[in-house]
Write a protein that binds this ligand. Sequence first.
Ligand code: FES
Length: 101
Amino acid sequence: MNLVEVHFAAAGKTVFVQPGTKLLAAAELAGVDVLTGCTRGMCGTDAARVAAEPADALAPPQQHERGTLDRMGLAADCRLLCSATVQHGRVVVLGDALTGA
Ligand code: FES
């Protein structure tokens, strides 16, 4: 099984994780601090802009994440780190969706 590369741009850190890993778990593995709340896709505290290579490197948002992203009116490239699951390829977490940091 090929590992998935996850790069955290702001921290300049990269980790390789198993398919099915959530981005929040990848952040913990990388030693990247992420502000979280519910960790269940409900609060939106951990919304971040991401780039997926290829486009389906992340699994599509499930119901809770989709609802929260829609409610927050975030851009199409935003995901919730506690909920977004890597599938293959490479994912770059560009920065916090709310603060831009
Ligand atoms: S921590 Fe609440 S949505 Fe991710």
